[in-house]
Design a protein around this ligand. Structure first.
Ligand code: ZN
Length: 198
């Protein structure tokens, strides 16, 4: 393994444990040239930040979600359309993401711009389909939790368990579906790899 790769992995091992996102950019020798902390599900880049990402290797974490624990795995997620859009727009050399015990590596290889943008829209639409379903499940969860508060008994506990399981299943389906989409369209002009970190 190159020194650069070792340095990047050391940073990834640190940020993967956080329950908020952190983005870190490296030069080709693996020196940190930029680091920014975000919130639970995003890091907000200013135009000034974005300039610092061009030609860099940029990694970030997706905070561990309970979602995956339910299914007996340490972590799973998918790149967001926003991750890949930023990579295309500013010309990031390699975009990496770590979650649980997984590492995802993505590179654009001079794609046809129109095809690439259509593809990003396709991911974005899919994200929205799932976000709507998940918003419904969250509403239902709030309802059954209220009922459980008023009347904590085996029956209301079962309702909570059922809705939670549905919610987790939807998150997992979302990640699986988007990963499948990204994995299966590499002819557009990018590469995606997935590695186990342990
Ligand atoms: Zn991301």
């Amino acid at each position: 393994m190159s020194v650069a790769e070792e340095r990047i992995r050391a940073v990834e091992a640190r940020i993967v444990k956080n329950d908020f996102e952190t983005a870190v950019a490296f030069d080709t020798d693996g020196n940190v040239v930029f680091e920014k902390i975000g919130v639970h599900n995003e890091v907000d880049f200013t135009p000034e930040d974005l300039k610092k990402l061009t030609g860099r290797i940029v990694t970030h974490n997706h905070p561990f979600e309970k979602t995956t624990e339910v299914f007996g795995v340490k972590g799973t997620s998918s790149f967001s359309s926003n991750d890949l859009r930023t990579a295309l727009k500013v010309g990031i050399t390699e975009t990496r993401m770590v979650v649980g015990d997984e590492r995802y590596l993505f590179r654009w290889n001079n794609p046809d711009e129109e095809l690439a943008l259509d593809f990003l829209d396709e991911i974005f639409d899919l994200e929205n389909v799932y976000e709507l379903k998940i918003a419904d499940a969250e509403l239902e969860l709030a309802t059954v939790l209220d009922e459980f508060d008023i009347n904590p008994c085996p029956r209301t506990q079962l309702d909570v368990d059922r809705v939670l399981t549905e919610y987790y299943q939807m998150r997992k389906d979302q990640y699986d579906h988007i990963n499948e989409l990204i994995y299966n369209n590499q002819q557009i002009g990018y590469t995606l790899r997935k590695e186990c970190t342990q």
